[in-house]
Design a protein around this ligand. Structure first.
Ligand code: GTP
Ligand code: SPV
Ligand code: MN
Length: 622
């Protein structure tokens, strides 16, 4: 039999690919994107090594000094392609109201017509990688499978680390199994004989598009992070959130950790902090000396899928297999487990290169006690402390990241890939706020917790393209990741609470808020953060065990100074007051922002949100 071909392109799928729909879709996409070659990824170590070598040969990867950082590479992106592009991200539901007021929307037919000419021939001169991946353990009933077609080898190798990627996924899909089709292109076709003139080709025009009803993802123009690794934000959050709405579960921008006390009792905590607000850090927390015998273990650092069980418990899994984490600020003082995870087999993106072929980023001077004399910065330029002083140039981009397998993490929880997931005892919502919001409070009930999450504000960070340090509402830390109408999502959370409470067998997880980021008059963080966050976590567990009474405040139940273990930390009652006080004037301003936020979401806003807001306003007025 002749192999199927199309204008010289070999369309023959490997024998282990047996899904007719998949094979037909790859052929259809190849006809549209017109790649020079198709590579069906098998996920093997050999393939990973070969693709990394190819990226080295192309100049996209620099192999790091194997004596310092074995098996590791540095990629530096185009300066225009360094973060998620929220203003170019679309939820294309049939009806605009189903995407809701917080999402960019275009009618599916109109978006398809817009993308068609962009994708036509978009992979010319390049290889189309067929990347089969599973979010969640392979073959598990909670996992969802996707296939990403991409013309970026960088994407293929990152997907290998971040997901369960490879041949075995084809067995899961079988002859007629479901998969989420994901098409990605950097949008930089090559004419016949043309060679790349840059090591990070991409396109000025970018589109990150989701069709929630048909569960499809189309991404054009970017090669970076969440824009391009489509299993992560696109599938595991935006598409999964709509699956969760329809099927009765939750897809959340949350870390999951285990915390075990000296008596061996273990709790599981999920925490939603916006992008670059401390999830990776908190999930790998090393308790301070005063907490001898306590242990924190990582289940996930970015995404949680939470499913209610027949007994009313909420069990969570991490659908990912690796971490795509923020490098700057990470060091042996702030996050030793993370530093240990980065010893070997890491892909670094947009950090600086040292003269001995290792990596460096802002914050590492805390470990060595000094700035390096010379570096090549993330843009390939010479960097010295003097240049930094004069120009403010950062050696690493503030959104520089590492890609590393979860199995590199010394604090990895034994149950990190247990398909049953872990039972969640507490849920935290935490923003980055230099003023107003206290260090920690507990919601008095589920509905108040949903309100606190729904109205959460946070200062924008380098994780997304655009202005930084601007306070915006980021409900549930999901603003950039919501696949449907935000008000419907609040209702979904209320429904979940009600459903689980009715079962009556398992208490609902307690809901807390945190803010590690209050600043003093000098603009310095008051709370020491990082490992010291254990002191706050311990108070939360004390609340669960009825060992801490707390005190009622306008904004939930807060700890008294005496309820926090201060052993080994100098933190005065005055400092405590400055990170916990509720400033009435600031809160009056804050409530105006809640009003504005709810006005925007008014159309489908659950009435409970306005009731809780009323009660909060009344408490603030006394
Ligand atoms: P995404 O991967 O973007 O979703 O972010 P993330 O929430 O996992 O953020 P991550 O833990 O990587 O932290 C981002 C930045 O916040 C890093 O520069 C950290 O050093 C800093 N950070 C983390 N935890 C704390 C903390 O407790 N206090 C302070 N002041 N900074 C923190
Ligand atoms: C985030 O921005 O929340 C991330 C990084 O976790 S990215 O995968 O680029 O979205
Ligand atoms: Mn994230």
């Amino acid at each position: 039999m002749n192999a199927p071909t199309m204008q010289g392109l070999d369309l023959q799928a490997p024998a282990y690919v047996k899904n007719a729909k998949l094979i037909a879709w790859v052929a259809e996409m190849a006809a549209l994107c017109k790649p020079a070659k198709i590579h069906w990824c098998d996920g093997s170590k050999e393939e990973y090594d070969q693709l990394c070598q190819q990226l080295v040969d192309a100049g996209t990867f620099k192999k790091l000094n194997p004596a310092k950082r074995p098996g590791s590479f540095l990629a530096c992106s185009d300066p225009s392609d360094v973060a998620r592009v929220e203003d170019r991200t679309y939820i294309c539901s049939e009806k605009k109201d189903d995407a809701g007021p917080t999402n960019n929307w275009m009618a599916p037919a109109e978006m398809r017509a817009t993308l068609q000419p962009l994708f036509d021939g978009c992979m010319a001169g390049r290889t189309m990688y067929v990347v089969p991946f599973s979010m969640g353990p392979l073959g598990s009933p909670i996992a969802h499978v996707g296939v990403e077609l991409s013309d970026s080898a960088y994407v293929a190798v990152n997907m290998k680390i971040m997901t369960r990627m490879g041949k075995a996924v084809y067995d899961v899909i079988g002859t007629d199994g479901e998969f989420v089709p994901c098409v990605h292109t950097i949008g930089a076709p090559l004419k016949a004989g043309e060679k790349d003139t840059t090591t990070w080709p991409c396109n000025k025009t970018k589109y990150i598009v989701h069709y929630p009803e048909t569960r499809e993802i189309w991404s054009f123009g970017s090669g970076y992070g969440g824009n391009a690794l489509l299993g992560k934000k696109c599938l595991a959050l935006r598409i999964a959130s709509t699956m969760g709405r329809d099927q009765g579960w939750l897809a959340e921008h949350m870390l999951i950790l285990g915390v075990t006390n000296p008596e061996g009792k273990k709790y599981h905590v999920a925490a939603a902090f916006p992008s670059a607000c401390g999830k990776t850090n908190f999930s790998m927390l090393v308790p301070p000396k005063a907490f001898d015998g306590w242990k924190v273990t990582t289940i996930g650092d970015d995404i949680a899928w939470i499913k209610p069980q027949a007994d009313g418990s909420l069990r969570a899994i991490n659908p990912e297999a690796g971490y795509f984490g923020v490098a700057p600020g990470t060091n042996y003082h702030t996050n030793p487990n993370c530093m240990a995870s980065l010893d070997k087999d890491v892909i670094f993106t947009n950090v600086a290169l040292t003269d001995d072929g290792d990596v460096w980023w802002e914050g590492m001077e805390k470990d060595s006690g000094q700035m390096p004399d010379h570096l090549i910065d993330w843009q390939g330029k010479d960097w010295t402390p003097q240049i930094a002083k004069e120009t403010g140039a950062k050696a690493a981009h503030p959104n520089a990241r590492f890609t590393v397998a979860a199995t590199n993490n010394p604090a990895l929880d034994d149950a990190w890939d247990d398909p049953k997931g872990v039972k969640i005892d507490a849920i935290i919502f935490g923003g980055r706020r230099s003023t107003t919001v206290p260090l920690v409070t507990e919601a008095r009930n589920w509905t108040e917790g949903v309100y606190m999450a729904a109205t959460m504000g946070s200062e924008t960070t380098a994780a997304a393209f655009g202005a930084q340090g601007v306070v915006r509402r980021d409900p549930f830390a999901m603003l950039p990741f919501m696949g449907y109408n935000m008000s419907d999502y609040f209702q979904h959370w209320l429904n979940m609470g009600e459903k689980v409470e009715k079962i009556g067998q398992t208490p609902l997880p307690r809901i807390f808020t945190t803010n590690w980021f209050r600043k003093n008059a000098d603009g310095k963080f008051v709370w020491p953060g990082y490992g010291e966050n254990m002191r706050v976590l311990k108070w939360m567990l004390d609340r669960i065990e009825s060992k801490a009474e707390g005190q009622q405040t306008a904004f939930g139940v807060a700890p008294t100074y005496a309820e926090i273990n201060w052993t080994g930390l100098e933190f005065t009652p005055e400092q405590f007051e400055s990170v916990t006080n509720i400033d009435k004037a600031a809160w009056a301003e804050e409530m105006k922002l809640h009003t504005e936020h709810f006005d925007k979401l008014a159309q489908r806003l659950p009435k409970e949100m306005l009731e809780i807001k009323d009660a909060l306003e009344k408490r603030l007025a006394v």
